[in-house]
Design a protein around this ligand. Sequence first.
Ligand code: BT5
Length: 231
Amino acid sequence: MWKIIHLDEVDSTNDYAKSIAEESPEGTVVIAKRQTAGKGRKGRSWASPEGGLWMSVILKPERTDPRLVFVGALAVVDTLADFGIKGWIKWPNDVWVEGKKIAGVLTEGKAEKFVVMGIGLNVNNPVPEGLEREATSMIYHTGMELPLDSVLDRLLFHLGGWYGVYKERPELLVEKLRQRTFILGKAVRVTEDDKTIIGRALDVLDDGSLLLEVGGELRRILYGDVSVRPL
Ligand code: BT5
Protein backbone atom coordinates (compact mmCIF):
# COMPACT_ATOMS: atom_id res chain seq x y z
CA MET A 1 0.00 0.00 0.00
CA TRP A 2 2.85 2.43 0.73
CA LYS A 3 5.15 4.22 -1.69
CA ILE A 4 7.83 6.06 0.26
CA ILE A 5 9.63 9.22 -0.83
CA HIS A 6 12.75 9.85 1.28
CA LEU A 7 14.07 13.41 1.52
CA ASP A 8 17.07 14.73 3.42
CA GLU A 9 15.61 18.13 4.11
CA VAL A 10 12.35 19.89 3.31
CA ASP A 11 10.44 22.86 4.69
CA SER A 12 7.48 20.70 5.72
CA THR A 13 6.60 17.16 4.64
CA ASN A 14 2.93 18.18 4.80
CA ASP A 15 3.48 21.02 2.32
CA TYR A 16 5.55 18.78 0.06
CA ALA A 17 2.90 16.04 0.19
CA LYS A 18 0.14 18.55 -0.56
CA SER A 19 2.04 19.79 -3.61
CA ILE A 20 2.11 16.29 -5.13
CA ALA A 21 -1.11 14.88 -3.66
CA GLU A 22 -3.47 15.30 -6.58
CA GLU A 23 -1.33 13.31 -9.00
CA SER A 24 -0.03 10.81 -6.42
CA PRO A 25 -1.72 7.56 -5.45
CA GLU A 26 -3.17 7.02 -2.03
CA GLY A 27 -0.53 5.64 0.30
CA THR A 28 2.29 7.88 -0.92
CA VAL A 29 4.46 8.72 2.10
CA VAL A 30 6.86 11.66 2.31
CA ILE A 31 9.53 11.39 4.98
CA ALA A 32 12.36 13.80 5.70
CA LYS A 33 15.42 13.61 7.94
CA ARG A 34 14.81 17.21 8.99
CA GLN A 35 12.26 19.92 8.38
CA THR A 36 13.21 23.57 8.25
CA ALA A 37 9.64 24.82 8.74
CA GLY A 38 7.74 21.96 10.38
CA LYS A 39 4.20 22.99 11.24
CA GLY A 40 1.76 22.33 14.02
CA ARG A 41 -1.87 23.41 13.99
CA LYS A 42 -2.90 27.06 13.65
CA GLY A 43 0.45 28.19 12.29
CA ARG A 44 2.43 26.93 15.28
CA SER A 45 5.85 25.54 14.54
CA TRP A 46 7.01 21.96 15.00
CA ALA A 47 10.67 21.45 15.91
CA SER A 48 12.06 18.79 13.57
CA PRO A 49 15.79 18.17 14.04
CA GLU A 50 17.53 15.06 12.72
CA GLY A 51 16.75 11.90 14.66
CA GLY A 52 12.96 12.23 14.75
CA LEU A 53 10.34 10.78 12.45
CA TRP A 54 8.77 13.49 10.34
CA MET A 55 6.41 12.15 7.76
CA SER A 56 3.20 12.76 5.84
CA VAL A 57 0.87 10.25 4.23
CA ILE A 58 -1.42 11.02 1.30
CA LEU A 59 -4.88 9.54 1.82
CA LYS A 60 -7.91 9.61 -0.46
CA PRO A 61 -10.82 8.50 1.69
CA GLU A 62 -14.37 8.57 0.31
CA ARG A 63 -15.47 10.58 3.33
CA THR A 64 -13.45 12.81 5.62
CA ASP A 65 -14.53 13.62 9.14
CA PRO A 66 -12.81 14.74 12.36
CA ARG A 67 -12.18 11.15 13.44
CA LEU A 68 -9.53 10.73 10.76
CA VAL A 69 -6.92 12.36 13.00
CA PHE A 70 -7.46 9.56 15.56
CA VAL A 71 -6.01 7.12 12.98
CA GLY A 72 -2.63 8.84 13.35
CA ALA A 73 -2.78 9.20 17.12
CA LEU A 74 -3.75 5.54 17.68
CA ALA A 75 -1.09 4.34 15.24
CA VAL A 76 1.52 6.26 17.24
CA VAL A 77 0.25 4.75 20.52
CA ASP A 78 0.53 1.24 19.04
CA THR A 79 3.98 1.97 17.64
CA LEU A 80 5.17 3.16 21.04
CA ALA A 81 3.79 -0.04 22.57
CA ASP A 82 5.84 -2.08 20.08
CA PHE A 83 8.91 -0.47 21.64
CA GLY A 84 7.70 -0.97 25.20
CA ILE A 85 6.44 2.59 25.78
CA LYS A 86 2.97 3.40 27.08
CA GLY A 87 1.43 6.36 25.28
CA TRP A 88 -1.77 8.26 25.93
CA ILE A 89 -3.79 10.52 23.66
CA LYS A 90 -4.72 14.09 24.43
CA TRP A 91 -7.82 14.70 22.32
CA PRO A 92 -7.72 15.25 19.46
CA ASN A 93 -4.20 15.00 18.05
CA ASP A 94 -1.41 14.68 20.62
CA VAL A 95 0.33 11.65 22.04
CA TRP A 96 1.86 11.92 25.50
CA VAL A 97 4.18 9.70 27.51
CA GLU A 98 4.59 10.14 31.26
CA GLY A 99 2.92 13.55 31.18
CA LYS A 100 4.87 14.97 28.22
CA LYS A 101 4.13 15.31 24.50
CA ILE A 102 6.00 12.88 22.27
CA ALA A 103 4.06 13.21 19.00
CA GLY A 104 1.54 15.33 17.14
CA VAL A 105 -0.70 14.75 14.14
CA LEU A 106 -1.68 17.41 11.61
CA THR A 107 -4.26 16.63 8.94
CA GLU A 108 -4.75 19.02 6.06
CA GLY A 109 -6.48 18.54 2.76
CA LYS A 110 -8.48 19.61 -0.19
CA ALA A 111 -12.16 18.73 -0.01
CA GLU A 112 -13.05 15.66 -2.01
CA LYS A 113 -9.53 15.35 -3.40
CA PHE A 114 -7.09 14.27 -0.69
CA VAL A 115 -6.05 14.41 2.92
CA VAL A 116 -2.45 14.71 4.03
CA MET A 117 -1.84 13.23 7.45
CA GLY A 118 1.40 14.54 8.96
CA ILE A 119 2.89 12.81 11.95
CA GLY A 120 5.81 14.09 13.98
CA LEU A 121 7.29 11.66 16.50
CA ASN A 122 10.35 12.38 18.63
CA VAL A 123 12.49 9.24 18.39
CA ASN A 124 16.27 9.68 18.80
CA ASN A 125 16.28 13.47 18.86
CA PRO A 126 16.65 15.25 22.17
CA VAL A 127 13.69 17.32 23.25
CA PRO A 128 13.58 20.62 21.38
CA GLU A 129 15.08 23.56 23.22
CA GLY A 130 12.57 25.42 25.32
CA LEU A 131 10.21 22.43 25.48
CA GLU A 132 12.12 20.43 28.09
CA ARG A 133 9.24 20.56 30.56
CA GLU A 134 6.50 19.69 28.06
CA ALA A 135 8.02 17.29 25.55
CA THR A 136 9.74 13.93 25.50
CA SER A 137 11.39 11.59 23.03
CA MET A 138 11.40 7.80 22.63
CA ILE A 139 15.12 7.58 23.41
CA TYR A 140 14.52 8.75 26.98
CA HIS A 141 12.16 5.82 27.54
CA THR A 142 14.06 3.07 25.71
CA GLY A 143 17.48 4.19 26.90
CA MET A 144 18.91 3.50 23.46
CA GLU A 145 18.75 4.76 19.89
CA LEU A 146 16.16 3.08 17.69
CA PRO A 147 16.52 2.41 13.96
CA LEU A 148 14.19 4.98 12.38
CA ASP A 149 13.32 2.49 9.63
CA SER A 150 11.87 0.04 12.16
CA VAL A 151 9.85 2.79 13.81
CA LEU A 152 8.55 3.84 10.38
CA ASP A 153 7.68 0.22 9.51
CA ARG A 154 5.64 -0.22 12.66
CA LEU A 155 3.96 3.16 12.26
CA LEU A 156 2.89 2.41 8.68
CA PHE A 157 1.66 -1.03 9.70
CA HIS A 158 -0.58 0.46 12.41
CA LEU A 159 -1.67 3.36 10.22
CA GLY A 160 -2.87 0.89 7.60
CA GLY A 161 -4.80 -1.03 10.24
CA TRP A 162 -6.48 1.97 11.85
CA TYR A 163 -7.23 3.56 8.47
CA GLY A 164 -9.13 0.37 7.58
CA VAL A 165 -11.09 0.68 10.83
CA TYR A 166 -11.83 4.35 10.06
CA LYS A 167 -13.28 3.41 6.69
CA GLU A 168 -15.28 0.38 7.83
CA ARG A 169 -16.17 0.87 11.51
CA PRO A 170 -15.29 4.41 12.66
CA GLU A 171 -17.21 3.90 15.93
CA LEU A 172 -14.57 1.31 16.91
CA LEU A 173 -11.87 3.87 16.35
CA VAL A 174 -13.62 6.20 18.80
CA GLU A 175 -14.10 3.35 21.26
CA LYS A 176 -10.36 2.70 21.25
CA LEU A 177 -9.61 6.40 21.55
CA ARG A 178 -11.82 6.64 24.65
CA GLN A 179 -9.70 3.93 26.27
CA ARG A 180 -6.45 5.65 25.44
CA THR A 181 -7.21 9.28 26.19
CA PHE A 182 -6.15 10.64 29.56
CA ILE A 183 -8.44 13.66 29.76
CA LEU A 184 -11.79 11.98 30.50
CA GLY A 185 -13.11 12.76 33.96
CA LYS A 186 -10.63 15.61 34.35
CA ALA A 187 -11.12 19.33 34.66
CA VAL A 188 -9.89 20.87 31.42
CA ARG A 189 -9.42 24.19 29.73
CA VAL A 190 -10.27 24.17 26.02
CA THR A 191 -9.01 27.02 23.91
CA GLU A 192 -10.09 27.76 20.39
CA ASP A 193 -8.76 30.97 18.88
CA ASP A 194 -9.62 33.58 21.51
CA LYS A 195 -12.37 31.55 23.20
CA THR A 196 -11.64 29.58 26.36
CA ILE A 197 -14.03 27.13 27.97
CA ILE A 198 -13.42 25.52 31.32
CA GLY A 199 -15.24 22.35 32.23
CA ARG A 200 -15.01 18.66 32.89
CA ALA A 201 -14.26 16.29 30.00
CA LEU A 202 -16.95 13.62 30.10
CA ASP A 203 -16.66 11.65 26.90
CA VAL A 204 -15.58 11.48 23.29
CA LEU A 205 -18.79 11.10 21.29
CA ASP A 206 -19.18 8.73 18.36
CA ASP A 207 -18.71 11.59 15.89
CA GLY A 208 -15.31 12.34 17.46
CA SER A 209 -16.33 15.50 19.33
CA LEU A 210 -15.52 16.08 22.99
CA LEU A 211 -18.37 16.27 25.49
CA LEU A 212 -17.80 18.76 28.28
CA GLU A 213 -19.79 19.62 31.34
CA VAL A 214 -19.64 23.36 31.82
CA GLY A 215 -21.41 24.79 34.86
CA GLY A 216 -23.97 21.97 34.89
CA GLU A 217 -24.62 22.13 31.14
CA LEU A 218 -23.36 19.82 28.44
CA ARG A 219 -21.33 21.26 25.57
CA ARG A 220 -20.01 19.51 22.46
CA ILE A 221 -16.58 20.67 21.35
CA LEU A 222 -15.51 20.01 17.78
CA TYR A 223 -12.03 21.47 17.81
CA GLY A 224 -9.61 23.04 20.24
CA ASP A 225 -6.53 22.81 22.39
CA VAL A 226 -7.07 21.01 25.64
CA SER A 227 -5.04 21.46 28.75
CA VAL A 228 -5.69 19.58 31.93
CA ARG A 229 -6.16 21.83 34.97
CA PRO A 230 -5.28 20.83 38.46
CA LEU A 231 -8.49 20.19 40.41
C1 BT5 B 1 0.76 19.26 16.43
O1 BT5 B 1 0.37 20.57 16.43
O2 BT5 B 1 1.00 18.60 17.41
C2 BT5 B 1 0.95 18.66 15.03
C3 BT5 B 1 2.40 18.43 14.71
C4 BT5 B 1 2.58 17.75 13.38
C5 BT5 B 1 4.03 17.69 12.94
C6 BT5 B 1 4.22 16.88 11.70
S1 BT5 B 1 5.89 16.56 11.35
C7 BT5 B 1 5.51 15.95 9.79
C8 BT5 B 1 4.43 16.85 9.24
N1 BT5 B 1 4.98 18.01 8.55
C9 BT5 B 1 4.69 19.16 9.19
O3 BT5 B 1 5.06 20.29 8.83
N2 BT5 B 1 3.94 18.90 10.29
C10 BT5 B 1 3.66 17.48 10.41
P1 BT5 B 1 -0.07 21.37 17.73
O4 BT5 B 1 -1.10 20.60 18.49
O5 BT5 B 1 -0.45 22.71 17.23
O6 BT5 B 1 1.21 21.45 18.64
C11 BT5 B 1 2.26 22.33 18.34
C12 BT5 B 1 3.00 22.60 19.66
O7 BT5 B 1 3.75 21.43 20.04
C13 BT5 B 1 4.05 23.70 19.54
O8 BT5 B 1 3.47 24.97 19.76
C14 BT5 B 1 5.04 23.33 20.65
O9 BT5 B 1 4.56 23.75 21.92
C15 BT5 B 1 4.98 21.80 20.66
N3 BT5 B 1 6.08 21.21 19.89
C16 BT5 B 1 6.76 21.71 18.81
N4 BT5 B 1 7.68 20.85 18.36
C17 BT5 B 1 7.60 19.77 19.18
C18 BT5 B 1 8.28 18.52 19.23
N5 BT5 B 1 9.23 18.18 18.35
N6 BT5 B 1 7.92 17.65 20.22
C19 BT5 B 1 6.97 17.94 21.12
N7 BT5 B 1 6.28 19.10 21.12
C20 BT5 B 1 6.59 20.00 20.16
